[in-house]
Structure formats: structure tokens, C-alpha cells
Design a protein around this ligand. Structure first.
Ligand SMILES: [Zn+2]
Length: 405
């Protein structure tokens, strides 16, 4: 691209310009195969997948950039692809062809061969119910990982209570408040894994900081003492990450297996992480991940996920009478309604509004703000029949760690 731009600036006619390459993986591969003998004479020493996965990612990155610029891709603006730094990037490679497989002790990868595993793979990989399509290897936090992309027949499933509608209010104090449209309420406490390990992490981080590590340019060789201390710190990070992943999966699996319709809020997680006082705890709670998991798990279980619009006033609306407050401070932990006198925990009120939203709405996936607003008011009238905050709770719901209120 630079060469062509320079040639155009010299006034070279179009037919004499260096030919442009189309931005597809196939044309990148073709160009690479023509250039590799000169550009990288060592190319034959490594698997072709190492180059192919880089070129695939480049094609994706360029497409994302182009779509983002033309407005075809929504969300945060995507920049032009940059070169990766070897010492900073998470090293990974995806194998799509060749002999890929695993048994309970070893993974088999093309060119690399048999690799001993620390963990036993999922049973569906071993009993042959899932067919392996690709394998991705990755080096992260001092360990090598392999993950398999599989194809598997899914049986049609139904949640335990297909008719049940629940609203989830994700919070910090408790991980989630689960409000059923029938009135039952469950609180799932926040496990706060990171906070539990924070003191230990601080101590190990200080130790790492005092030893001779690599500098930002990567010129200085880290000392053995630094490497040892860094490995100790990585183990804590690693443990926190897995505790969190485990808790979130258990929670989302239980919710998707139990209820037919799950309503969550479209939280602006990126924006919320900018609040530095809340960032660590929001990151630890994994809000974005909960929604991602619920999306595919409700689909697998034959349920439905409804994402309320970002501007749906779930906290400001009264779940009793439907009146919307103009202002509700973050410090006001209880919702007090001036028109009907309802006093309720703030998060419980929000969760009840979300549940009512789905009861009122038809099958729309995402509800727009204005429509949602009107529908909630209609649902609010339904909710009045129920005594607000009454202890008419069922304890039969099988959510791990959930406390019935
Ligand atoms: Zn009210």
C-alpha cells in the first residue's frame, strides 16, 4: 500500500503501478507463497499453519477496519492492523488441517506431535460424540493451552420451567439478583475471587518489582529470581481467573437450565470500567461474560434471552406502579416510590422491572428504549397485584450458592 501510494504521488499511470492484493486470506497466502523463499528462507522449519493463522487474522483485521470505517460494523471504532510485539502478545496458532486429536493423556497436533496434557479433556472429546474441526494452541500466563473447535449434534432441550420469566440484575454487592415474574426472589452472592487474593497478589507483585526484570524495550535479560517471583505471581492470577470462570459458568448454566426466558440489561461495561473506583470489582464480576454465556446457553437449552435496551430505566422505574423517577443517586440503595409508597431494595426493584419487561413484550430480541418504557408501564399494572417485598418465595430453584430472600 505504501509503495502504491508513493508511485501515485510520482504520477505513475495506473497500469504501471505495483499491483494491489485483494484483502482475502487466499490472496495473502498466494502472495506469501511467492515471497517466502526470499523473505523467510527458514519457512520450512515450521508448520504452515503458523503463517496461515497470521494471514487469516490479518484478513479479518483488515475487513473489520474497512467495515468499521464504512459504518457496516457497529460498536467501537476499529483501527488499522498493527504489527504485534513478540514479547507482549499472547502467542497463538490455529491448526485446521492435518492429524488433530486427543485422548485422556495426550493431544496430537500436526508437526508438533504428541503432547502430554495436565488436564483430562472433556468427555465428549474422548467418547467421540464431538468431532474435532480445529485446534488452537496458546501461551498465556506461563502455560501452554490447547483448545479444540468441535462439531457436535445438539439434542433439542427444554429448560425445567419453560414458562418462567426471570429478570437478572447484575450487581457488585451480590453477583446477581434473580427476580421471577411470579414474585420469587433469589440473591446470588458475589464470590469476589480477586479481592480474596489481592493481599497475596500485592505481596508477590512487590517482590517482582524489586527484582531485575525485562525493560520495556525487551533488551534487558530478566534475572532468574525475577522469573521465579513472576511465576509465583502468575499462579495467583491464574487461580483467580479460573475461580471466576468456574463460578460464572455454574451460575449461567443453572439459570439457562431453569428458566424459559431470561432478561438482562445491556450494560455499558466498557464505560463502567472507566469508573476507576468500580473498575476492579466490575471486571472481577465479569458482567460482559455473563451475558455472552447466557446468550448461547439459553439457545442450547431452548430458552430465550431478552436484552433490555441500554436506556431502559430499570433502576428508576417503580416495579409496583410503573412511575419513573427523574433521578436516582447511586448511593440510594433502597428504592422509595413517592406515588405508591413502595420501598424496596434498589437491585431487587431493577430485577423485577426486567422480569416484567419480558412478560409485557413479545418475542423481540432487543427492546428499544421507548417501546420498552411503555411496555413496562403496562407490566407494572400487572405487578401491582402482587404484594411488594412479600416473602412468597420458592426455595426449590436449583441455583448454586443462591440465597432465597
Ligand atoms: Zn410506585
Amino acid at each position: 500500500m505504501d509503495q502504491r501510494a508513493a508511485e501515485i504521488s510520482y504520477g505513475i499511470p495506473d497500469e504501471l503501478l505495483t499491483p494491489a492484493i485483494s484483502w482475502t486470506m487466499y490472496s495473502f497466502r498466494k502472495a506469501w507463497n511467492e515471497a517466502k523463499a526470499v523473505a523467510a528462507p527458514w519457512w520450512a522449519e515450521y508448520s504452515k499453519e503458523a503463517y496461515a493463522s497470521g494471514l487469516t487474522q490479518l484478513a479479518t483485521a483488515l475487513k473489520n477496519w474497512r467495515d468499521s470505517r464504512s459504518g457496516k460494523r457497529t460498536g467501537q471504532a476499529v483501527g488499522f492492523p498493527r504489527f504485534k510485539l513478540k514479547r507482549k502478545t499472547i502467542k497463538s496458532c490455529r491448526f485446521t488441517t492435518g492429524t488433530i486429536g486427543c485422548d485422556d493423556r495426550y493431544a496430537v497436533l500436526p508437526r508438533i506431535g504428541r503432547v502430554r496434557l495436565h488436564e483430562t479433556p472433556a468427555s465428549k472429546l474422548l467418547d467421540g460424540t464431538a468431532r474435532i474441526m480445529a485446534a488452537t494452541i496458546r501461551f498465556e500466563r506461563g502455560r501452554w493451552f490447547v483448545s479444540f473447535t468441535v462439531e457436535q449434534n445438539m439434542h433439542a432441550q427444554a429448560p425445567n420451567r419453560p414458562e418462567a420469566v426471570v429478570g437478572l440484575d447484575l450487581g457488585i454487592k451480590s453477583l446477581a439478583i434473580v427476580a421471577e415474574s411470579g414474585g420469587a426472589l433469589l440473591t446470588v452472592p458475589n464470590p469476589k475471587h480477586l479481592e480474596a487474593s489481592l493481599r497475596k497478589l500485592g505481596r508477590l507483585s512487590r517482590r517482582v518489582a524489586l527484582r531485575v526484570g525485562p525493560d520495556s524495550r525487551g533488551d534487558r535479560v530478566p534475572s532468574k529470581r525475577w522469573k521465579r517471583a513472576n511465576a509465583q505471581r502468575n499462579r495467583v492470577h491464574y487461580r483467580v481467573a479460573y475461580q471466576r470462570a468456574d463460578a460464572l459458568h455454574k451460575f449461567t448454566t443453572a439459570v439457562a437450565g431453569e428458566y424459559g426466558t431470561v432478561v438482562v440489561e445491556d450494560l455499558n461495561v466498557v464505560g463502567m470500567l472507566k469508573n476507576r473506583q468500580l473498575a476492579r470489582r466490575i471486571g472481577d464480576a465479569g458482567f460482559g461474560e455473563i451475558r455472552r454465556q447466557l446468550r448461547y446457553k439459553t439457545e442450547w437449552n431452548g430458552g430465550r434471552l431478552v436484552v433490555a435496551d441500554r436506556w431502559f430505566p430499570s433502576s428508576k422505574t417503580c416495579s409496583g406502579c410503573g412511575v419513573v423517577k427523574a433521578k436516582l443517586l447511586l448511593s440510594e440503595r433502597d428504592y422509595a416510590c413517592e406515588s405508591c409508597g413502595l420501598v424496596m431494595d434498589r437491585d431487587e426493584n431493577a430485577a423485577r422491572n426486567l422480569a416484567a419487561l419480558a412478560v409485557a413484550a413479545s418475542g423481540a430480541e432487543t427492546l428499544n428504549g421507548r417501546g420498552a418504557d411503555q411496555k413496562t408501564r403496562a407490566a407494572g399494572q400487572v405487578a401491582v397485584k402482587r404484594l411488594p417485598g412479600s416473602p412468597e418465595c420458592e426455595t426449590g430453584t436449583a441455583l448454586p450458592g443462591a440465597v432465597s430472600v
